[in-house]
Design a protein around this ligand. Structure first.
Ligand code: PLP
Length: 376
């Protein structure tokens, strides 16, 4: 997989490889898992840091027909970059004053309140048009969407939907990543009931975790993290293929005598002599500072612990005992890859794979393995 020129790689602190083949394979795994339901792709936050346009392009090529982002600005950027005219849904809905821009861009807002609905209907009236929208109902997460009472009010006053073509009624799971949570069955039942008030409208409840709950998935699944290789369920075997790898390289190696500290604050001091390698990735690249003195990297498949604090642009690894020929300047150091996946890196940082991915830095050289190419 030598698509990145060596000079670009050497000019950056690390190279981030994004395997669009694995992405497409994950889309197919999800599709098999959810049977008759369609799988839509959640590409908010620049496709969880992996690049919304290349990711959406690859998925569209594999047959994906629905794309979700969080903000109107993300939707407009994707609309400009995606050729096929697939619907792009804005999960955070419609900010006051954004109606004309959203309508002109041809994107589909998720209406989360009766107020948003009134403004979208007014926009439709003003232009004598019918505008598409998704209706979100709150089935128990307490974040966005119409409450059950507001849903009743809407059903009693159907004129509120005049000029609006409902594409979908949706809700979101609070505990989709925890299959044993009772809330999943409660939300499923409440959503089934709320959605039944809108006969004939397609329904969407599940995210990645929901897609693996082994029950009916309604009409459309909104998958994010599983497409990008994250485990759908915390602490369970991960059926998805890894999509990202991140390789830094060694800048310098030094030998420290017993009792010498390393890094800001000299927080790491060893009783014995040790060898320290410095790599050019730090917290400004999104590598979490909280893995200071507890995270890992891998050299030649062997674990090398982070020694001392993670700096802004670099971090120090204890490479004592690693073969000399693997420690030359420029030698590769795995931060994400076969020995350390995104869920593993997240656990070291007390966070979730979503945060590891979305923080991945803008300074890395990026290397996309195109969909349809043969993995090396
Ligand atoms: C982010 C998001 C998703 C995707 O969730 P994953 O757990 O990444 O699959 C789906 N639906 C909504 C409403 C979201 O905000």
């Amino acid at each position: 997989m030598k698509t990145t020129s060596d000079s670009r790689v050497r000019a950056a602190g690390a190279v981030l490889r994004i395997d669009l083949n694995a992405l497409v394979e994950n889309y197919r795994i999800l599709q098999r898992q959810t049977g008759a339901a369609e799988v839509g792709a959640v590409v908010k936050a620049d496709a969880y840091g992996l690049g919304a346009i290349p990711v959406a392009d690859a998925l569209a090529g594999a047959g994906c027909r629905h794309f979700f982002v969080a903000h109107l600005g993300e939707a407009i950027a994707l609309r400009d970059g995606l050729d096929g005219g697939q619907p792009i849904y804005v999960l955070n809905g419609l900010q006051p004053g954004a109606e004309a821009v959203a309508a002109a861009a041809g994107v589909v807002p998720v209406l989360n309140s009766l107020d948003q609905m009134a403004r979208w209907a007014a926009q439709a009236r003003e232009h004598g048009a019918v505008l598409p929208a998704v209706l979100q109902v709150d089935s128990g997460m307490g974040r966005l969407g119409l409450s059950p009472e507001e849903t009743d009010q809407l059903v009693a006053e159907p004129d509120r939907l005049e000029g609006i073509a409902l594409q979908l009624v949706m809700s979101h799971l609070a505990c989709g990543d925890t299959p044993d949570a009772e809330a999943n069955a409660q939300q499923y039942a409440r959503f089934t009931d709320l959605a039944s008030r809108f006969p004939g409208v397609r329904r969407s409840l599940d995210n990645s975790g929901g897609a693996f709950l082994g029950r009916n998935h309604f009409d459309l699944v909104r998958a994010g993290i599983a497409l990008y290789g994250g485990a759908p369920h915390v602490g369970r075997p991960n059926p998805m293929r890894a999509v990202v790898s991140l390789d830094a390289h060694i800048i310098q190696v030094r030998d420290l005598p017993a009792g010498a500290g390393v890094g800001y604050g000299l927080t790491s001091v060893a009783e014995a002599p040790r060898r320290i390698a410095t790599i050019g990735v730090g917290y400004a690249d999104g590598w979490p500072r909280c893995v200071s003195n507890r995270g890992s990297a891998y050299i030649g498949g062997r674990r090398v612990p982070v020694a001392g604090r993670v700096s802004m642009d670099s971090m120090t690894l204890d490479v004592t005992g690693i073969e000399e020929n693997l420690l030359q300047p420029g030698a590769p150091v795995e931060l994400l890859g076969p020995h350390q996946g995104i869920d593993h890196a997240a656990a070291d940082a007390d966070t979730i794979a979503y945060e590891i991915l979305t923080q991945l830095g803008a300074r890395y050289a990026r290397d996309y393995l195109p969909a349809g190419s043969t993995p090396v």
